[in-house]
Ligand binder design. Structure first.
Ligand code: TXA
Ligand code: MG
Length: 358
């Protein structure tokens, strides 16, 4: 670690210890962190985000040092202050996927503050893979409670600059700059608090089939968002840009767009297209080329996840009256991206009230 980062880490450590907030880099998105054992510090997260108090936070914990002789035992020691019971299944998931973009929901211990769990009897925990945040956690020795570092209902930040633009009125917020996020969307969340199979609460880059392939463990898909009102990411209107965002179906893009393009005055639209369809769609829409900006992207779920929030943030600054994006294929590999796009679309637009009503 270079000297600059070491100094920054010292500052971050002192800030966390003093009960203040620090924005932390993770491999998924940036988090807005506070000492998970300090009630006043945790309250500051809710205040700054504008997040309702019953929306629980994830506690971030350190990983055992590489080369440890008994990793399972080390993980149990790390989790012991926060959890009541860890099943064999949960331990298998931990040893395979931590540190990494997987959050697990456990039965909570008495020590976990109610303000962290929104009063629930369970607690969400993950060990993030970013080396700077791991080092901070190691020096701190405790847990850091952190939601994504965006204002409530808005797009998660995937760079230090994004965090800055989320909180323009807080120029003193300490941001640990760890570069752009590797995965670009929030972690997969699994509920392992009960006796049965783990339940998928939020899709992410670790999919049920990846889990099955590397551990043999089956994951139960959640049967609809209405059943988990406490997972704020499951509220329909999350991750939303200010510009109206529309998902279009690949087969009739021309007819869907002509409705918009025949309006007067002419609208300026950003149309995202799959790379391999780019010239084909340009041909189909040639009557409107003056008012359309095409953005070609590769049809690859991992790559799109990584770029998605960056793309939406940038287009949101582009003075468009609408952003169009193709509906991703309905396959598991696209579940996480499709989920974020549907929510972003539902909550989008300059005067959307959907954040409150859902
Ligand atoms: O990748 C991530 O998970 C990022 C980084 C910063 O770690 N964090 C993140 O936090 O996305 P947030 O607060 O934006 O989303 C956390 C989700 C919320 O949907 C919350 O409701 C859910 O985790 N959650 C937290 N505690 C829970 C619990 N006890 N039971 C069920 N869901 C819980
Ligand atoms: Mg969030």
């Amino acid at each position: 670690m270079d000297e600059l980062h070491s100094l920054l880490l010292d500052r971050a450590l002192n800030t966390i210890r003093a009960g203040q907030l620090v924005a932390i880099p993770t491999e998924t998105v940036y988090g807005l962190g506070a000492d998970a054992s300090n009630r006043d510090a945790v309250q500051k997260i809710y205040q700054l985000k504008g997040r309702p108090a019953n929306h629980p936070l994830i506690i971030h914990v350190q990983a055992p040092l590489a080369g440890s002789k008994d990793t399972e035992k080390d993980w149990l020691t790390v989790l012991d202050p926060w959890t009541r019971h860890i099943s064999e299944t949960a331990l298998t998931l931990i040893t395979h996927f931590w540190p990494g973009p997987l959050t697990l929901v456990f039965e909570k211990s008495k020590l976990v503050l109610d303000c962290v769990t929104g009063g629930q009897s369970t607690v969400a925990i993950r060990s993030p893979a970013h080396p700077l945040t791991q080092e901070l956690l190691r020096r701190f020795g405790g847990g850091i409670a952190a939601p994504s570092a965006n204002r409530y209902g808005r797009i998660s930040p995937t760079s230090a600059a994004d965090v800055e633009t989320e909180f323009p009125n807080n120029p003193n917020l300490l941001i640990l700059d760890g570069g752009p996020c590797e995965h670009g969307i929030e972690s997969t969340i699994l509920d392992v608090s009960g006796e049965g199979l783990p339940k998928l609460l939020r899709p992410g880059s670790i999919s049920p089939s990846m889990i099955k392939a590397s551990t043999g463990i089956d994951v139960v898909s959640s049967s609809g968002i209405a059943n988990q009102p406490r997972v704020s990411g499951t509220h329909l209107a999350h991750y939303a840009p200010h510009t109206a965002l529309y998902l279009y179906s690949e087969s009739d893009i021309a007819s869907q767009l002509s409705g918009f393009m025949n309006q007067e005055p002419k609208l300026r639209l950003a149309v995202i297209v799959w790379e391999h369809e780019h010239s084909h769609h340009q041909e189909e829409l040639k009557a409107y080329l003056q008012n359309i900006t095409f953005i070609a992207i590769a049809m690859d779920p991992g790559l799109l996840a990584k770029q998605l929030y960056r793309l939406l943030r940038d287009l949101d600054q582009g003075q468009y009256q609408g952003i169009f994006i193709p509906s991703p294929p309905k396959t598991e590999a696209w579940d996480a991206v499709r989920d974020r796009l549907q929510r972003a679309s539902f909550g989008s637009g300059p005067s959307s009230n959907n954040h409150v009503s859902s």
